[in-house]
Ligand binder design. Structure first.
Ligand SMILES: Cc1ncc(COP(=O)(O)O)c(C=O)c1O
Length: 388
């Protein structure tokens, strides 16, 4: 009995406060639902929404706050909130910034689950989506309606890597009071500054480069000043939060982002250039290559490139040949997602609503990891030999 009572009364939070806590470099992880107040006066303040401290487990615990602040600073935005995945960040941005009766534009090469959410879920709330060409610019004017509320861009877009003309679109949107959102996962804020290009809301799938080790899922939404209050209030009301362990992991990943990204960039470029020299390759689809159809836009708007790109073969090979290539690779994992230290490969055909130069073609996507680029080239060479 005595033992049970002691366990029930154990108050780790207060014990922790009384102790001389070690000053670790990374923030400690706070696990908890209930957060204890010191007295009735503090509880009363919390009840009236005036308490300055953290009131509950959903009120963004300290490691989450540290991670969000680090991303906000990196993005150069006004407010950042963390979500449980990249797609959750995207979905919640739609929910926070649109309402029934609105019309939105979404680039045709957006991440497929983003597209599916628009066509299958937003329609239930009477929000209409029009898909715009993957390399859209000024011509989006003809897609605008009186009730167009938001434009969602992803540049370069998923798997076929077309770039939109972001400044042309944001200039037009600003004149009409339309909110612009960018999924900036490929470039990260280090290689593309969305706010400098007039974007209002910047999204990261932190699952990818920000975290960098393929061990958690997380997303971030960062707004400019005019849109900060809406996101803040939405997040508070929906009591969204992200797990402290994941925020810790993501924050640790952020520390090495610049170094990792530089290596991903160098290795991917070397491999893309080598692929371009091979006779059996059709297109190498990498925005930093002069052969990319929107390379000039990349040169103008981006300060670097990351480790994800694609290629097509000149010939459309049967499935057995593709399998011989992919299955023989030793360094490449076969799997979704990207941005981590391990090289990955996927292959698919992409159906778009708009005409695409890659229509009907098998697009092989490579996530170039942190392995030695010479070893990666050897692995791919052996893979191509396995096809013959
Ligand atoms: C461009 C892009 N945005 C968003 C996402 C979704 O991120 P998550 O896997 O964290 O939900 C992905 C995932 O692959 C992606 O490629």
């Amino acid at each position: 009995m005595e033992r049970t009572t002691r366990l029930v009364n154990f108050d780790a939070f207060h014990q922790g406060q009384d102790m001389d806590l070690p000053r670790t470099i990374n923030p400690p992880i706070f696990r908890g639902s209930t957060v204890l107040f010191d007295n009735f006066a503090e509880l009363s303040l919390a009840n009236s929404g005036k308490y300055q401290g953290i009131t509950y487990g959903t009120d963004r615990m300290p490691t989450q706050r540290a991670f969000e602040e680090a991303v906000r600073e990196l993005e150069g935005g006004a407010l950042t909130r963390a979500f449980q995945s990249g797609i959750s960040a995207i979905i919640n941005t739609f929910l926070a910034f649109t309402k029934s009766g609105d019309h939105i534009l979404v680039c045709d090469n957006a991440y497929a689950p983003t597209v599916h959410y628009c066509t299958q879920i937003l329609t239930k709330f009477n929000i209409e989506t029009t898909f715009i060409p993957p390399a859209a610019g000024e011509e989006i004017q003809s897609y605008l309606k009186d009730n167009t509320k938001l434009i969602f861009l992803e540049s370069p877009g998923s798997n076929t890597f077309e770039l939109q003309d972001i400044p042309a679109i944001t200039t037009l949107a600003k004149k009409r009071g339309i909110i612009t959102v960018l999924d900036n996962t490929w470039a990260t804020p280090l290689y593309l500054d969305p706010f400098a290009l007039g974007i209002n809301i910047s999204i990261q799938s932190a699952t990818k480069y920000l975290t960098g080790h393929s061990d958690i899922l997380m997303g971030t939404v960062t707004t400019d000043h005019p849109h900060a209050a809406t996101l803040q209030e939405y997040y508070r009301i929906t009591e969204t939060y992200t797990a402290e362990e994941d925020c810790y992991t993501a924050l640790r990943g952020l520390r090495t982002l610049a170094l990792r990204l530089r290596q991903h960039e160098q290795s991917a470029l070397a491999i893309a250039q080598w692929l371009e020299s091979l006779p059996q390759i059709g297109n190498v689809i990498h925005p930093a290559l002069p052969s990319h159809p929107q390379h000039q836009i990349w040169q103008r708007d981006f300060s670097g490139s990351s480790g994800l790109f694609a290629f097509t073969f000149k010939e459309e090979y049967p499935a057995e040949k593709l399998a011989a290539f992919i299955d023989s690779l030793q360094l490449f994992g076969i799997g979704y997602s990207w941005g981590g230290f391990r090289s990955l490969i996927t292959a698919a055909k992409y159906n778009r609503t708009q005409t695409s130069r890659y229509a009907g073609k098998m697009v092989i996507r490579l996530n170039i990891g942190l392995e030695d680029p010479g070893d990666i080239i050897k692995d791919l060479t052996a893979g191509f030999e396995a096809m013959t």
